[in-house]
Unconditional design. Structure first.
Length: 302
């Protein structure tokens, strides 16, 4: 079944951004707003685009503004249309866009494609507001060469948590009645209590209901939160009087991450894992938005 939620089509995209000037206008608008007056001379004659450079100039005092200066496009020699198209492809791909794919689509080198994707991930500005209500907490291990990786979450409290070639990640999910649950995820050095708890206290409002498995790093959170524990080790994945003690929302998110990384990225180095997590959080939190492209482009404004 094709839900086709991403309603922003290639046709619309090409009409809106036919050339580098259109892209630059958009970047200028997002980074500088409407600019009704010149910050230097105060005149209201507005700015004109300088033909040969990525630059706008005040009609009165010739003060110049380079809108790409503080953005991911700073000093790039790649055409802005390529960048915008890369962002478009990034947002329409379901499980991620690999540098190989981007290289093929744009006809640039692998190195350029790789760098562009890294910059696009840097552009992402996720919603990291405090969470409240019903919250799921869960940790997972990403990457590594273990062929049976799907088993690593089956038996909690086993050596599954200590696979040395995998990187630990920690997620916090805020459930929503409307099905628009929101997630925050971190790459962490380990999943010890002293590592995870500060992240919980930093992001989850005191008194919220938190749902976890029996991993002992969560012990003690019941002092400040309502704590529901689901004993995965005993094969329980849903418990509680109202069947509301589970971490399936996050399990689902982790499986998206793993599918994306295994399917599109093959190998993700630890050095960049935090950027991939940023990407998957963005994909998850915007999964129902019809215009993920504009969500991402609008990050230029922040
Ligand atoms: Zn001026």
């Amino acid at each position: 079944m094709c839900k086709n939620k991403n309603k922003y089509t290639i046709k619309q995209f090409r009409e809106e951004y036919p050339d580098d000037n259109a892209c630059l206008d958009k970047i200028f608008k997002l980074t500088h707003g409407d600019m009704t007056e010149c910050p230097k001379c105060g005149c209201t004659k507005s700015f004109v685009r300088v033909k040969t450079r990525r630059c706008y100039q005040c009609r009165s005092c010739y003060h110049q503004i380079y809108p790409t200066a503080s953005t991911i496009f700073h000093k790039t020699t790649t055409p802005l249309t390529y960048w915008f198209f890369a962002i478009f492809l990034f947002t329409i791909s379901k499980n991620g866009l690999s540098a190989c794919e981007l290289q093929r689509h744009l006809g640039v080198t692998y190195k350029t494609a790789f760098r562009m994707l890294r910059q696009i991930r840097i552009l992402i500005n996720n919603d990291e507001r405090i969470m409240s209500g019903v919250i799921e907490l869960d940790e997972a291990y990403i990457g590594g060469k273990n062929k049976n990786r799907h088993k690593d979450k089956k038996v909690k409290n086993s050596q599954g948590r200590a696979y040395i070639d995998k990187s630990p990640v920690f997620g916090i999910l805020e459930r929503s009645e409307e099905g628009t649950s929101r997630v925050i995820a971190y790459t962490v050095p380990d999943v010890k209590s002293q590592t995870l708890k500060p992240l919980v206290y930093d992001k989850v409002e005191l008194g919220s209901a938190i749902m976890t498995d029996e991993w002992n790093s969560y012990t003690g959170l019941n002092k400040d939160y309502e704590h529901g524990i689901c004993f995965h080790g005993k094969g329980n994945y849903v418990s509680g009087e109202n069947n509301d003690i589970y971490t399936n929302g996050l399990e689902n998110f982790w499986s998206n991450v793993k599918r994306g990384i295994n399917g599109s990225y093959i190998h993700v180095s630890r050095r960049y894992l935090h950027l991939y997590m940023k990407e998957f959080v963005f994909r998850y939190n915007n999964r129902d938005k019809s215009e993920m492209f504009n969500e991402l482009i609008n990050c230029l404004a922040s």
